[in-house]
Write a protein that binds this ligand. Structure first.
Ligand SMILES: Cc1cc2nc3c(=O)[nH]c(=O)nc-3n(C[C@H](O)[C@H](O)[C@H](O)COP(=O)(O)OP(=O)(O)OC[C@H]3O[C@@H](n4cnc5c(N)ncnc54)[C@H](O)[C@@H]3O)c2cc1C
Length: 434
């Protein structure tokens, strides 16, 4: 193989990219990982909490060894009614629910893991085009005009991936099924974050502080990240709201938040668009789309990192199989990739819950959504809502099929729901191996 020829060329070193590169290198392949930033994660404001229910999967346990900002044990949800009554609910858990991270630190560590496994990494390298021959994707072209060839290309370039678009797999966005988020980082210092936020995450529902979604606060070591925004429909801007920044301003003006951030400094304030559109095909001959590039994200539940890690790993495995069999056809790649994807209870459970909740929540008022949120713990409230919605539909329409579907789903996700109490033990073991 010549210098610019590889088994696999991977584009993007966010979540999916390093996971794919590490796995592929461990499988003995010659891997190139390309990332446009100078330091992986430096521009990534999104993705702040890792879900422990996903991390206990043996494929992802190594991520517990990474740089963690805070272990999250509890969830607090606040519902503020139009009359400004505050209802508060505390949901402790048996184990760690989430691990909060900083993407600039975590992505850099993860990229280093891929490097240690044997992948070659090139930073400050932006991919601008793909190389195609007789319908097969053969490599990529970078902004400096360099060409890199791979038996396989893995696209892990996230929401704005150029690779997927150039390959004709990511359609032109239609301006619907999107959530526009605004993110605010407030620097308070470790002591104040400890005192005021501790090891909990916070959800808030309040009039004019979000639209068809919910606002949250995720504490890091010294900084607290706030997020809110709105589902992009005709009602996103009304009642004096002219931009999603108004939602954020109204959120941090709530007395319950104002007192918590007093004395803090705004470190950054930014916007982020998330697409909630299924992508029809994720493979072409010689190419697999992973993570957000492949539509593996659930903006509705603020979840996308586990999807990206898992699909990155599955793509690397599919690429290895393709190389061994010398068969790079889209069908073959899809076969193994989807087999692994479909047997993953966490991914399937989350997807099912998200789809049903989305349909149900979009028809509800903000007050009704708030009621659902009152029950949310590790997806528990969403799961109950999904099951309840199906059950009620079955009763209303006198159709037992919906009731059966609710029951089947409930049984399917049992292993995932039982995992909670083991997390601490696995986490301690992994941290000890760091
Ligand atoms: C506000 C917000 C909060 C979120 N919070 C959470 C959360 O708490 N938990 C969770 O699980 N998920 C969360 N998500 C979702 C999560 O951030 C994403 O789903 C996840 O980052 C997707 O990973 P990825 O690897 O596909 O893409 P990314 O993480 O976006 O990585 C893509 C990488 O590719 C690089 N790149 C892009 N184009 C090129 C190019 N042309 N050439 C070279 N490199 C390129 C980028 O620089 C980047 O490093 C959140 C999302 C938003 C918007």
């Amino acid at each position: 193989m010549s210098e610019n020829e590889y088994d696999i060329v991977i584009v993007g070193s966010g979540c999916a990219g390093p996971a794919a590169a590490k796995k592929a290198a461990e499988l003995g392949l010659k891997v190139l990982l390309l990332e446009k930033s100078q330091k992986p994660g430096e521009k990534n404001v999104s993705g702040t909490c890792l879900n422990m229910a996903a991390l206990v999967d043996p494929d992802l346990q190594y991520l517990m060894k990474g740089p963690i900002e805070r272990e999250i044990y509890e969830m607090h949800s606040y519902m503020i009614t139009p009359e400004r009554t505050t209802m508060f609910r505390e949901t402790p858990s048996e184990g760690i629910i989430l691990l909060s991270i900083r993407r600039d630190v975590f992505d850099a560590w993860h990229t280093d893991m891929a490097k240690k496994a044997g992948a070659e990494v090139k930073l400050s390298t932006t991919v601008i085009d793909i190389i195609e021959e007789n319908g097969k994707i053969k490599g990529v072209v970078t902004d400096s005009g360099d060409k890199y060839y791979g038996k396989m290309v893995i696209d892990a370039a996230g929401v704005n991936s150029i690779v997927g678009r150039k390959a004709g797999l990511i359609p032109k966005r239609k301006g619907q099924n999107m959530i526009l988020y605004t993110i605010l980082n407030v620097h308070l210092g470790e002591k104040l974050v400890d005192e005021r936020f501790g090891n909990s995450i916070y959800y808030f529902l309040s009039p004019n502080a979000m639209h068809k979604t919910w606002a949250w606060a995720f504490p890091k070591r010294e900084v607290v990240t706030f997020g809110t925004g709105g589902y992009m429909d005709d009602e996103l801007f009304k009642d004096g709201i002219t931009s999603v920044n108004d939602y954020m301003q109204n959120l941090i003006d709530l007395p319950v938040i104002k007192e918590k951030i007093e004395g803090g400094k705004i470190a950054s304030w930014g916007l982020h668009l998330e697409f909630d559109e299924a992508i029809e095909r994720r493979t072409r001959d010689g190419l697999i789309l992973t993570g957000e590039a492949g539509g593996f994200v659930i903006p509705f539940l603020g979840e996308g990192m586990p999807e990206a890690f898992f699909t990155g790993i599955y793509a690397a495995e599919s690429a290895k199989k393709a190389i061994d069999a010398n068969d790079f056809s889209a069908e073959k790649l899809e076969e193994h990739f989807m087999e692994r994807y479909q047997e993953n209870i966490f991914l399937q459970g989350f997807r099912y819950v998200a789809d049903l909740n989305k349909k149900s929540i979009l028809t509800k008022t903000d007050e009704e959504i708030a009621e659902i949120m009152q029950n949310v713990c590790i997806g528990g409230g969403f799961i109950s809502n999904a099951i309840h919605t199906l059950w009620m539909k079955g009763a209303e329409e006198d159709n037992m099929d919906f009731v059966q579907e609710a029951k089947d789903f409930y049984e399917f996700i049992q292993p995932y729901r039982q995992v909670g109490s083991e997390t601490i033990e696995i986490y301690k073991k992994m941290r000890a191996q760091k």
